[in-house]
Every structure is written in structure tokens, then in C-alpha cells.
Ligand binder design. Structure first.
Ligand code: SF4
Ligand code: SF4
Length: 401
């Protein structure tokens, strides 16, 4: 075992960095290290099993910041879009604002249809192109960084997480579905995804264009807003059931029903970044598996390939052992044994994606796609004012073609 600036101890003995003094004890982690007869090298910054939220290495802080920023962005888009709709509904009597094309992120089916249109015609669709660009950006994020969209950005995922955390606080735990029910229920979201994919893939480019240019297609975004403004009692009861159920069951909507998450999950299996465990640094405490909202066996796998992994890094956040668990590319050279601090660190050098770096890359990828769409003049749906003046007030009466 390499002798370094770290104190070196017997198997199961805690080793800490001299300049990181003041660690609170973490009896659980030490006991696990002893049981596994491994040396626990503490992760820098961990105090009593936690990392301070202001520590720049704390992934949770970065993720919460990204979630908050995306919720605020969506709230802003929603208010601006509502004002835009009101302007036409009142015949120009209210404040005139620009239509925020970003709301098309809430039109995933239009995004899918437009993607099919673009792939078959090699032309950028003129109606709701932002829906396609945003879908493409989120697919790209998933190809690169697992389903990070779901756990870092999606406002529905954020709400879902808040609800199960509330349930955990109230009841001390969340409830797990029995496996015989969990597996078929998880299949539901893939079934829904298959239906939407089938619709988009089997429609010809001409049919997609005809739909998008129909009165309903032109103001599909207004129809979406009105769905929530004039919500039916059936939809309200369904949402209430999902909200209440999410307090008891972790990520009820995301885990069992969200077709968008299902699609991103399948694509995410291509991601070069994965949760990876270093068996030599790991002390087999199983904290990671316990913290995983997707109930994945993180403590027993060397890498998590599952389409259910959202890249939330809740597992990484709780891991007490240095270099034992990371969101990373494949590790480098082998040969470093338990306790070899430098050898294990070398294995992961320049391969790990920190919370700060992931946040930056998410901004760059999504910002890059939006910037390219804007720069090339393809971000906005451009329609004459008269079309909106005529159609927006009629939105409630327009039926699906
Ligand atoms: S394995 Fe880790 S990153 Fe993946 S879902 Fe579970 S806690 Fe999140
Ligand atoms: S990887 Fe999991 S089992 Fe291993 S030390 Fe970290 S939290 Fe414990």
C-alpha cells in the first residue's frame, strides 16, 4: 500500500487527511469498514457523514440550484405566455408581450412529430420548431449524462422529489411497491412511449405538416395552457391522486407513467458517463443503495447501466469513502488495492464529472442547441398577427383534427 501524506491505519481503521481535521465521527461507516475488513479513507469534505451545502464539491447543492433555476425559468415562461394569450383573448386590451417559444418544451409530442418531419424532409419545421430543438437538446443531454434531465432540470421531477421527501419527513419512510407489481407498473411508461413513438413514426411528413398547419396544431401551445386553466374534474382527480400518491411512493409519476422519461431512459443507456463504484475503495456500507430513489443496487454493481438511473448522484452524495463512487467515464489503470489512496485516485483522475462541471455542461449543451436554433433563425414560429387574433380566442372550441 502506498505511503502518502495520509495517515495509514490497519484494516477497518479510519484514515483522514491531516488538513481536513474536524471530521465528526461516522460510526455507521466505520462499522461497515470493519465488517468488510477494509480501510475507510474518508471523502474530503465529509463531516459526520455529510458535506456542507456550501461546499463546492457537494453535488446536491449544484443539483438543487439547477432544479430551482429551471423551475423559475418555467414559471417565467408560463407567466409570459399567459400574458401573451390574454392579449389576444381581450382583443388587445391587455399588455402585449412577445410569445416565449420556450413554452414549446411542454409540447413533447409536437417535438417528436417535428423531429420525424426534419429527419425525413431535411427541413426545419416552420410550426413549433422550438419543441423539436428542446426535445433534441434533452435527448442529447441523456445520451451524454444519463437521465440528468429528469433529476436536474424537469420541473415535474422536482415536484415529484419534493413530494416524496415530504412523505419521508412525515412518515419516516417511503413505501415500496412489491416487486411483482413494480416491474409491470414500470412497463406502463414504455407502453405509453411506444404509443407516442408509433404515432410520430408512422405519420408521413405531409400528414405532420397538415396537422401542424391546422388551427388546432397552430395553437397547440394555447390548448396546453387551457388544459390547466379550464381543467376537467377527471383530470383534476387524476392529478390529485398522483400528487397524493407521490407523497407515499418515490417518483410515482416518473417511475411508472412518464413516457418522456422512458424515452430519455432508453437513450441514456448510450451515455459514456455512469455511476461507477471502485470495489477497492468501497467499504460495502450500502448507504448508496439505500439513498437511491430508483432503488438500484448501487452497492453491488461496478457500474449502473439501468435506464432507471437519473444521474441524480444521491448515491454519490452519501458515500463516505474517497473515490468509491462517482459519476464518471470508465476508470483508468487497475492494480491499486484497498488503502492505496494515490493508486485509486489515479484510476479516476480526469474521469469524474463533478456537480459544478455537470451543471456547466448542461447549460452549454442546452444553451448551445437553443443558441444554434436562434442564430439560424429557426427558433420562433412565425405567423401573421391575424392568425393569432383569430385563433387564440377560439382555442377552447377547437377540436383535435
Ligand atoms: S444510481 Fe445513483 S445516480 Fe442513479 S438514480 Fe440511483 S442514486 Fe441516482
Ligand atoms: S459505494 Fe456505496 S457501499 Fe461503497 S462505500 Fe460508498 S456508499 Fe458505501
Amino acid at each position: 500500500m502506498a505511503k502518502t501524506q495520509y495517515e495509514v491505519g490497519e484494516a477497518g481503521q479510519e484514515i483522514s487527511e491531516p488538513d481536513d481535521g474536524g471530521y465528526g465521527g461516522d460510526d455507521e461507516a466505520q462499522a461497515a469498514a470493519k465488517r468488510a475488513k477494509k480501510i475507510l479513507i474518508r471523502r474530503p469534505g465529509m463531516v459526520a457523514g455529510r458535506m456542507h451545502w456550501r461546499d463546492g464539491r457537494n453535488v446536491k447543492t449544484w443539483r438543487y440550484a439547477a432544479q430551482l433555476a429551471f423551475v423559475l425559468l418555467n414559471a417565467y415562461l408560463c407567466v409570459q405566455f399567459y400574458l401573451w394569450v390574454r392579449y389576444y383573448e381581450t382583443g388587445g386590451a391587455t399588455l402585449k408581450v412577445a410569445r416565449p417559444a420556450g413554452v414549446e418544451g411542454w409540447l413533447p409530442i409536437a417535438g417528436l412529430m417535428n423531429l420525424k418531419y426534419a429527419l425525413t424532409t431535411f427541413e426545419i419545421p416552420p410550426i413549433h420548431p422550438a419543441a423539436m430543438f428542446l426535445l433534441a437538446a434533452f435527448l442529447l443531454v441523456s445520451v451524454l449524462f444519463k437521465k440528468a434531465f429528469c433529476s436536474w432540470l424537469c420541473p415535474v421531477g422536482t415536484l415529484s422529489e419534493m413530494l416524496w421527501q415530504l412523505g419521508k419527513r412525515i412518515f419516516g419512510r417511503n413505501f415500496l411497491m412489491p416487486r411483482w407489481l413494480d416491474v409491470p407498473l414500470r412497463a406502463l411508461k414504455y407502453l405509453l412511449m411506444a404509443v407516442f413513438l408509433y404515432v410520430a413514426v408512422t405519420m408521413s411528413a405531409e400528414a405532420i405538416e397538415a396537422f401542424m398547419r391546422s388551427p388546432y396544431g397552430l395553437i397547440a401551445d394555447v390548448k396546453m395552457l387551457n388544459f390547466f386553466r379550464y381543467i376537467s374534474s377527471t383530470a383534476l382527480v387524476t392529478i390529485a391522486v398522483l400528487v397524493i400518491g407521490s407523497v407515499f411512493i418515490q417518483n410515482l409519476w416518473c417511475r411508472y407513467l412518464c413516457p418522456y422519461g422512458a424515452l430519455l431512459g432508453l437513450v441514456s443507456m448510450l451515455s459514456p458517463f455512469k455511476i461507477r463504484r471502485d470495489a477497492e475503495a468501497c467499504i460495502d456500507c450500502a448507504k448508496c443503495a439505500k439513498a437511491c430513489p430508483a432503488q438500484l443496487p448501487v452497492d453491488r454493481k461496478l457500474q449502473i447501466r439501468s435506464a432507471e438511473c437519473t444521474g441524480c448522484q444521491s448515491c454519490v452524495t452519501v458515500c463516505p469513502a474517497r473515490d468509491a463512487l462517482q459519476f464518471s467515464l470508465r476508470p483508468g489503470g487497475k492494480g491499486a488495492a484497498n488503502g492505496d489512496v494515490d493508486g485509486i485516485a489515479r484510476r479516476w483522475r480526469r474521469r469524474v464529472l463533478s456537480g459544478a462541471m455537470l451543471t456547466l455542461l448542461l447549460v452549454l449543451v442546452i444553451g448551445g442547441v437553443i443558441g444554434a436554433a436562434k442564430g439560424s433563425g429557426h427558433w420562433q414560429t412565425v405567423l401573421p398577427e391575424a392568425v393569432y387574433q383569430q385563433l387564440v380566442p377560439l382555442a377552447q372550441r377547437l377540436a383535435h383534427p
